[in-house]
Design a protein around this ligand. Structure first.
Ligand code: ZN
Length: 499
């Protein structure tokens, strides 16, 4: 095979992989959004067949020969192709480690686990969910052993979600956050809480839906390429390439801010994905490079921009067009209410200050289950104990406790630390961005273009061309520094609570 032929085949292979991913992604998305309740088994059947075909395509002899030819060409390849061959080779080598029948069973298990989790959460029925979660953890651990027998299984999965991360790095990072956040939170708790009545009232779903569209346009999403649906747990997914992005939200009629910040959060993910350079579509370099960098974008939009005083000044009068009860309040009332720092039960509704504590609970539990130090059956009890210890709250039922998140039923063990890393990356991005962009002035006039352009140039357009650490370092011109996040929180909450 000549190099020219190999490059043509590489292009065709990536397009085929994208097509399978597109179909599988759409099946999963349908299951999570509009599909009727009784259709999970039907989707599991099709998912099984397509996953097996995809597995055979990627692990077959033709692909092996192609990759070998390209790997041997090494230095003759441009940087983009080298990185493509590296990432494709890595994922295929990992796949080959997993026996095909186990890989297919895993895909089916995920469909089943998601279905059971929905019912279990609805009924707050932990015993219904526990056996399937046991199988998820068992499989995750077994797969790590197949792919990297020399590695600790939890380290393996942490590194899968954020290249370069392991328990030692996470322990150090969370210790730094704990040391910065806990004393700050203690000082905040000695102060009176802001009046939050601005957030209370009745907010019809129909008005919230129209407001969601307005927010999506405002932050710069192209609605011809980004769709919105409703689900129990908000998420973002790309279908086939960055040209078709779907985000979801959840509406509460007594609380418009919940969906508002979900839409901005998921919108941040979608901005990142859809910001990939055009030529990366249908390649393995398309879309976000890691979950940590992904969360740095979503949490940047949701919190650093979305919950800023400058953006509140702009968005509050806009929100009052949709929700007339807001007219009795000021933008400053809204700003203070949406930044009320108070330990609570639900991660996705946590404020910026306590959020990382929710992540620390999940990190501590995952780490112990993966190490075999904690049985899945013991999770609710330990969850409740750690919520009391870290956040000082009593968990009344498993629905608002251990059953609240979809990550474990989705097989995403090792994902949670990405949220906290993302928050910390975001604060450092802000510090750097402020050297050249007047962020507050942009937000006060509702103009996201200069902010989006800065991120597009430094983060989005590169897709997976660099490792997360390289990408981040190039973006901020210095190594990762969690101190930027502590400084950001300290400044914000000192002002808010007059500490
Ligand atoms: Zn997210």
């Amino acid at each position: 095979m000549t190099l020219e032929e190999a490059l043509r085949e590489l292009d065709a292979l990536q397009k085929k992989i994208s097509a399978y991913d597109h179909a599988l992604g759409l099946l999963s998305y349908d299951g999570l959004t509009g599909a009727p309740k009784g259709t999970a088994a039907n989707r599991a059947q099709s998912t099984g067949v397509l996953s097996e075909e995809l597995y055979r395509l990627q692990t077959g002899p033709e692909t092996a020969e192609l990759l070998q030819c390209l790997e041997e060409s090494g230095a003759a390849l441009d940087r983009k192709t080298q990185r493509t061959v590296y990432l494709l080779g890595k994922s295929i080598r990992q796949m080959r480690c997993i026996p095909v029948e186990e890989y297919v069973a895993w895909q089916r298990l995920l469909v089943e686990a998601d279905d059971v989790w929905h019912t279990a959460k609805e009924r707050s029925d932990w015993p219904l969910f526990a056996p399937v979660l046991e199988r998820v953890f068992g499989t995750v651990k077994r797969f790590a052993g197949y792919c990297a027998p020399e590695k600790d299984p939890y380290d393996y999965w942490l590194n899968e979600f954020e290249e370069g991360t392991d328990r030692a790095r996470c322990d150090e990072f969370f210790d730094a956050l704990h040391a910065g956040i806990v004393p700050l939170l203690e000082r905040v708790r000695t102060k009176p809480q802001p009046d939050c009545t601005v957030l209370r009232g009745t907010f019809p779903v129909e008005a919230q839906e129209r407001f969601s569209r307005r927010l999506m346009e405002l932050i710069g999403l192209d609605l011809d390429h980004v769709g919105l649906a409703t689900t129990e747990h908000p998420f973002t997914t790309s279908l086939g390439s960055h040209l078709d992005e779907r985000i979801t939200t959840h509406y509460h009629t007594d609380d418009f801010a919940s969906s508002m910040f979900s839409v901005i959060h998921e919108g941040g993910h979608a901005l990142y994905d859809t910001g990939s350079a055009e030529e990366l579509a249908w390649t393995v370099l398309d879309g976000g490079v890691s979950m940590g960098i992904h969360e740095s974008q979503s949490r940047f939009y949701e919190n650093i921009l979305g919950r800023s005083r400058a953006f509140s000044a702009y968005i509050f009068p806009v929100a009052a067009e949709y929700f007339p009860s807001l007219r009795d309040y000021s933008a400053e009332d809204f700003y203070r209410a949406v930044n009320r720092a108070e330990p609570g039960l639900i991660r996705i509704e946590a404020d910026e200050l306590t959020y990382a504590l929710h992540i620390m609970v999940r990190y501590a539990l995952e780490k112990r289950v993966m190490a075999g130090e904690l049985a899945v059956a013991e999770l609710p009890g330990e969850w409740n104990r750690l919520y009391k210890e870290y956040l000082g709250v009593d968990v009344p039922d498993d629905r608002s406790g251990v059953l609240q998140d979809s990550h474990w039923s989705g097989g995403a063990v090792g994902y949670f630390p990405s949220y906290a890393l993302g928050s910390a990356y975001g604060a450092q991005l802000l510090r750097k961005m402020r050297e050249t962009v007047d962020v507050d002035a942009c937000l006060r006039r509702g103009d996201f273009a200069p902010i989006n352009e800065w991120l597009r140039a430094r983060i989005w357009q590169h897709g997976c061309l660099y490792t997360p650490a390289e990408l981040f370092r190039n973006a901020v011109d210095e190594p990762f520094d969690p101190g930027a996040f502590i400084a950001y929180l300290t400044e914000k909450y000192t002002d808010l609570y007059d500490l």
